[in-house]
Design a protein around this ligand. Sequence first.
Ligand code: ADP
Length: 427
Amino acid sequence: MKGRLIPWLVGTMCVAMLVVVAVQVSWLESSAELRKEAFDQSVEQSLQLVATWLSAGHLDRADEDPNVLRTNELGALERSIVRRMEALPMDSLLMLALAEQGIAAEPVYGAFDRYSQPVFLPESSEAFQEDLLTRGYSVAIANLQFRIQFPNLGRYLLGQMLGAFALSVVMMLLIAGIFGYTLYAIQRTKRLDKLQRDLVNNLTHELKTPISSIGLASEAILDPGFDDEAKKHYLHLIREENKRLGVLVENVLRASLSESGAMRLYVQSLNLHDLIKGVVKNMAMQFHKQGAKVELELNASNPNLVGDKIHLTNILFNVIDNAMKYAKEDPHVVIRTTQTPDGLSLDIQDNGVGIAREHLGKVFERLYRVPTGNVHDVKGFGLGLSYVKNVIERHGGTVNLTSRLGEGTTFTFTLPFESQPTTTDTA
Ligand code: ADP
């Protein structure tokens, strides 16, 4: 169940979201219908008001000439109403009547006789004559039909609901976003948990060997049966194993300090080329053992910069050591520097096993090791590169990595002449 919790959560959340979306959509639909009904009613009331205004104080229907009603001529009442429409500022009048009902949509309008012929049609409404007759709202004023229509009705009603609609969308996006982030955080914690477990297993394994070697060697020294030469050999072995333990503890400590931000940089003027040559010289034995060819292309014209000598030496060692650890037959390492406008660029290129594209972004993460199945032929804790990235970035520089599986890897670092003041001290 534990392993299936996340897919189960995602499934439930998706179903819940779909239900919420469906409810929202149907709620918006009925809300739109209600709004339309309320709008229709308000328009009808406004029209009644307009009709009252237009027919107020006019001739009575009784004055109508019965002969006129049988022709398409207008009666006296209708004529006087049309005259009134022409004389009055109908635009403002209509807007006023609509505003009274809380409507701000702009109408087109006209008056038609009983044969649907326009008797009053402002220029702006001419294009909508057909619409007015088929879809308009109407009110009878004597024998005339006063009709209005809202060409932008859909947009107007939508605009009124936009607030509620936008709020629902924003809320749903927010919920989905928070859910996504929570899932991401859970996954991240799970991954870190696994990495931490791997580290402990790895460390225990790494510690066991020197501890048992030291134990065996000290027993041998205490054994009177061994001569001085043999004891010296065992003492030497204890010293070597002790050194190994020291390096191990140092590495873990350094990485955890750099990660927690407690790493301090003690900056001083230094020459990067000298630093590189020093590290390469110290690693000469290792290169020799593995038959590695190391080429220096120190092209930068000004290799002087201000930085932390110890940390920069450590990272050079880490990256070159990785080039050796992840080498194939005939290792070949090129260390190249070039000048940049504000500092130096350093490439460390190898022809080793390379890193698959999907792991490129992750190797700088703490505890990340490229998975190799269950075979751990190369020792390590996945701490080196996260330390390297930390140190370079604390110097105000950048790290970059290009690699092709089976062909090799190039790490590119840039370092400014002066490291940023903010990066020099974060106690
Ligand atoms: P590790 O202790 O595992 O070497 P690092 O942080 O130094 O930890 O490196 C992280 C991972 O990146 C390594 O486990 C390895 O898979 C990969 N890696 C690092 N450097 C190289 C390289 N030069 N060539 C191929 N893979 C490398």
